[in-house]
Design a protein around this ligand. Structure first.
Ligand code: SAM
Length: 281
């Protein structure tokens, strides 16, 4: 470790199985001047289990993140080292820390990341779905209207989609996916990863809902969903053009609507109209 220099270490911690802590994470947690934790009790429990003598601890969570930054930065500036940990997994990934890292970078304070556990990546690696291109969506909104909008924007996403969800909203989310992704999309449920009751099960969404209900999998445990990307043959640009055309046609004369869509999407008017008629047969 670099002594006498301000460094913020980003330290991932296990998402269930304690053996997943890395040697380097233990070393850093032992040697830094301060630990910044999402939850003191949670982190003290981890430090006890790792036989790490308590360091000076500060709390940084979603409620105080903005208020605490200046104070933490002022400490770091005194040539101190700090480790940022969350309750589980990699800090900043649907966890606090972004603002702190942003400010450190802005001020030229060294930020050193450690590799380690992350539920989304762990789930993806065993999902059997394409891993070459994926997008991480974190938690979708808990408000249904907003969630439906988010899902609609993901409908034609060709990359594998990674989503976190709490157990009590799981079935609700899957039912929304089934409704918006009308193609009975294949989804992998990764539950309790690295723990005793680990369960990784993939099925088309309608089948998955039945499986979850039958096995009461929505009652407890931590859940990550890996959603197959869109594999249809329709061109996304074209689908958008048709959607906009349908909306315009309700407000404007047919010819004007066709011309507007043609000028934006560079799609021939007759092709657009023929497909519109086909869709509305
Ligand atoms: N920063 C963490 C990471 O790197 O994975 C994620 C934090 S986020 C607040 C917590 C969510 O991650 C849970 O609600 C669940 O969706 C997912 N998660 C965490 N641990 C998990 C596990 N053992 N198995 C499956 N999903 C898990």
């Amino acid at each position: 470790m670099d002594n006498g220099k301000s460094i913020l270490y980003i330290v991932p911690t296990p998402i269930g199985n304690l053996l997943d802590i890395t040697n380097r994470a233990i070393y850093i947690l032992k040697s830094v001047d301060f630990i910044v934790a999402e939850n003191i009790k949670h982190t003290c429990f981890l430090l006890d289990r790792l036989y790490i003598k308590k360091r000076h601890l500060y709390v940084l969570n979603q409620y105080n993140e903005y208020k605490k930054i200046n104070y933490l930065i002022s400490i770091l500036k005194q040539d101190k080292t700090m480790a940022l940990v969350s309750n589980a997994g990699t800090p900043l990934i649907s966890d606090p820390g972004y603002k702190l890292v942003y400010e450190c970078k802005k001020l030229g304070i060294n930020v050193t990341p450690l590799p380690g556990p992350c539920a989304a990546i762990t789930a993806l690696s065993a999902s059997g779905l394409p891993t070459n291109r994926f997008c991480y969506e974190g938690f979708l909104s808990s408000k249904r209207d907003k969630r439906i909008k988010q899902l609609k924007s993901l409908l034609y996403e060709r990359r594998t989609i990674l989503v976190y969800e709490s157990n009590h909203r799981l079935v609700e989310l899957l039912e929304d996916i089934a409704q918006v992704f009308y193609d009975n999309r294949y989804i992998v449920l990764a539950k309790e990863l690295t723990k005793i009751w680990e369960n990784i099960y993939g099925a088309p969404v309608n089948e998955l809902i039945n499986y979850i209900k039958k096995n009461n999998l929505n009652i407890k445990g931590e859940i990550t969903l890996i959603i197959q990307g869109y594999s249809g043959s329709e061109n996304i640009n074209y689908i958008k053009a048709l959607e906009i055309f349908i909306k315009l046609k309700k407000l404007l004369p047919l010819n004007v609507s066709l011309s507007i869509v043609k000028s934006i999407f560079k799609i021939k008017r007759n092709i657009l109209y023929k497909n519109f008629l086909n869709k509305n047969k």
